[in-house]
Write a protein that binds this ligand. Structure first.
Ligand SMILES: Cc1cc2nc3c(=O)[nH]c(=O)nc-3n(C[C@H](O)[C@H](O)[C@H](O)COP(=O)(O)O)c2cc1C
Length: 365
């Protein structure tokens, strides 16, 4: 039932796709963090629709207003209200589909659960809901950068069957990711991915992809050992995103093909601490960060709404041929890159505050 995530750094999102607007309330952001709208807009611009020919043509500037919680460019420690108006609504596009649940979208399950659905555009199931997450995530990210020097960089590592070559996790930057429209730092693969997305779009079809995310600078000790393991919290955050179908950390599913002797990350001394020679663990062991880069991947399915004809049934069970209308993404991964970064930042900011609280309250250290 909840639209809220986090224990100490707590975020609630609100708003429907074709309503007045969308946004978030951020409760628990520490006071005296320097913050203005200019800190939030760059990630919203990377997420917004209509940015290029590979994304949905819906035109939205997605300009954010901070309604509360800030004075003279600094956070007050009080709830931060964030609002982005919806501008380019075309509810008429959805009238023809009012009686037909879109295959693999949320129309049917929302109707079963609530007995009522928004007349157009997927309501809360629309990717517009993620605007609040991205705006809030930018605040979390600023806090993490400022207090701990944490960097979060996501990129597109596959589209369909086209996969990027190896990427240097120690040095990859956002400008390198944004150098191609598809947001893949391997330029050869990026070109093939963009050609595939354009071809699929022209066929009125869609295609899926994978996003890889790397976190640098997270100290050892974040996360918890049992139900709130760091990888479990990241997985929950990522699988709460629309269109996600899988999560892997470190060696992931491929690690099952290795022997322990090949898979173990051997420890090596690094000044007063230990680090590891390899990173099959993906930076997390026993649910707790070990100080090496945290690396995970998120699988996104081909978006459900396609113009290509599909034989399905309407709500009354009558056979129909659906050719979906409206403006849709042929592939969500280029726009999902800042969304994955935002959810990562929200989880890490919460873990950072929880660890801070634990260290203050634990009497032995
Ligand atoms: C950035 C982004 C853009 C999306 N754009 C579309 C779209 O244009 N059309 C569509 O049918 N689904 C789109 N989706 C996915 C739907 O919101 C999602 O598939 C739907 O809510 C059903 O949820 P589920 O796929 O998680 O089961 C998008 C998702 C993301 C993350």
């Amino acid at each position: 039932m909840s639209s809220t995530i986090g224990t100490l750094f707590k975020v609630s999102t609100f708003g429907e796709s074709h309503g007045k607007g969308v946004g978030a309330i951020v409760d628990g952001c520490p006071a005296q963090l320097e913050l203005t709208e200019a800190d939030l807009q760059p990630q919203l611009d990377r997420r917004r629709p209509g940015q290029n020919k590979l994304t949905t043509p819906r035109q939205e500037s997605d300009t954010v207003t901070i309604l509360s919680g800030i004075e003279n460019g600094k956070t007050l420690g009080t709830p931060i209200g964030l609002f982005v108006p919806n501008q380019d609504q075309r509810p008429k596009d959805y009238q023809a589909m009012a009686d037909i649940p879109r295959p693999s979208h949320a129309d049917y399950t929302y109707r079963v659960k609530y007995g009522i659905t928004t007349a157009s555009g997927g309501g809360r199931a629309s990717a517009r809901e993620t605007i609040g997450r991205v705006a809030a995530g930018a605040i979390a990210e600023k806090f993490l950068q400022h207090r701990y020097g944490v960097e979060i960089i996501a990129y597109v590592s596959s589209v369909g069957t086209i996969t990027a070559g190896p990427v240097n996790f120690e040095s990859i930057t956002r400008p390198e990711v944004d150098a191609t429209l598809i947001r893949c730092p391997d330029h050869g693969a990026a070109e093939k991915m963009a050609t595939l997305v354009a071809a699929v779009r022209d066929e009125k079809d869609s295609v899926g992809g994978i996003i890889t995310c790397v976190i640098r600078g997270a100290p050892a000790g974040w996360g918890d050992p049992v139900f709130d393991k760091l990888e479990a919290r990241l997985a929950q955050a990522m699988l709460s995103l629309p269109a996600t179908k899988g999560f892997e950390i470190g060696s992931g599913f491929a690690g099952t093909a290795l022997r322990g002797s090949q898979h173990n990350d051997l420890f090596v001394a690094q000044r007063t601490k230990l680090t590891t020679a390899t990173n099959q663990s993906g930076g997390v062991q026993g649910g707790i960060s070990n100080g090496t880069p945290i690396i995970f991947r998120v699988a996104f399915k081909p978006p459900a709404t396609i113009g290509k004809a599909q034989d399905t049934v309407d709500y009354s069970g009558q056979a129909v041929r659906l050719e979906a209308k409206g403006r849709h993404d042929p592939c969500v991964v280029p726009r999902a890159v800042p969304i994955v970064e935002a959810m990562t930042a929200l989880i890490l900011a919460d873990c950072a505050l929880l660890q801070q609280a634990y260290q203050i309250t634990s009497s032995l250290r």
